[in-house]
Write a protein that binds this ligand. Structure first.
Ligand code: AMP
Length: 286
């Protein structure tokens, strides 16, 4: 049976008990916003394999949503989330209320600001304040759970890089583990937001992943420069399939600097809107 915890104190006392029974126990944390799908399940399964005990947090973090984003309508499916955690033998499911994490006002908390060079581009450029909210809540969750390992998806690649930098810079004693993207059969990266797609949009959405593969193929064939390649892929996505592309960039895989010539390890990153739904994806080339 997975235990439920709504308070910081109950997570702390679970941790104390667990460590008193076995001081060597390796604890793992999987932070999520709920609406769990097979992508989250992969993180949980990996954590369960690699750790003695696993905590999953389910918290829709208000500070990482912009004023016109989907905070209010973000899917909440707690009963199903608990079943999934149960199935994977998760020890503790932490489902705090907003004021447990932020006190009276989430605007008057201490914030953690990631360095500009990591967030002035890609999703950070299009979602001002987003990574500040992410870095803040992840710092809080790591300080609450005090685990040895924390698991994050490569799906949110810029987030993963920001968090790795965060734990280095703030000397948080935790290992950050990146988990490869889980996809639908047609290549669409699983996301809680996919449920906003209409049937027709859902079919078209897989073109995003195909576009990344095309960028990689054209880079490796060496005929064209990066700008020509990305411009023609963006044009196809917009005119043939109706996407509105926010960015399609080739970045260094560890520091996210933009590359003019692709040198491995690099990552191809894309964000695009289909109707009102914002989708992101990436392809790491090592
Ligand atoms: P979220 O609930 O969207 O905040 O996601 C929680 C964690 O699951 C993040 O570390 C995501 O990167 C990860 N995640 C979400 N979708 C996927 C996916 N399709 N494959 C791998 N990880 C994912």
């Amino acid at each position: 049976m997975s235990k439920m915890a709504k308070t910081i104190e109950s997570v702390r006392s679970w941790r104390r008990e667990t460590k008193s029974l076995n001081p060597e126990a390796v604890l793992g944390l999987v932070p999520t916003m709920g609406a769990l799908h097979k992508g989250h399940e992969e993180l949980i399964a990996r954590a369960s394999r690699e750790c003695d005990h696993v905590v999953v947090s389910v918290f829709v973090n208000p500070t990482q949503f912009g004023p016109n984003e989907d905070l209010e309508k973000y899917p909440r499916t707690l009963d199903k989330d608990l079943e999934i955690c149960q199935k994977h033998g998760v020890d503790l499911v932490f489902t705090p209320a907003v004021d447990e994490i932020y006190g009276e006002s989430s605007r008057e908390t201490t914030f953690v600001d990631p360095p500009q060079f990591l967030i002035d581009k890609l999703c950070g450029e299009h979602r001002p304040g987003h990574f500040r909210g992410v870095a803040t809540v992840v710092s809080k969750l790591l300080n609450i759970a005090q685990v040895e390992r924390a698991y994050f998806g490569e799906k949110d690649y810029q987030q993963l890089i920001v968090i790795k930098q965060l734990v280095r810079d703030l000397m948080i004693p935790v290992e950050i583990v990146g988990v490869p993207i889980v996809r639908e059969d047609d290549g669409l990266a699983l996301s809680s937001r996919n449920m906003y797609l209409s049937q027709e949009q859902r079919i078209v959405a897989s073109q995003l992943n195909k576009a990344l593969a095309r960028v990689e193929e054209e880079i490796s064939s060496g005929d064209k420069n990066i700008e020509q390649i990305t411009a023609s892929v963006v044009a196809d996505l917009e005119t043939k399939y109706g996407f509105n592309v926010e960015y399609l960039k080739i970045c260094h895989a560890t520091n996210l600097s933009f590359l003019e010539t692709a040198q491995e390890p690099y990552v191809v990153l894309i964000a695009a809107r289909l109707g009102g739904v914002r989708l992101i994806d990436n392809l790491i080339v090592r």
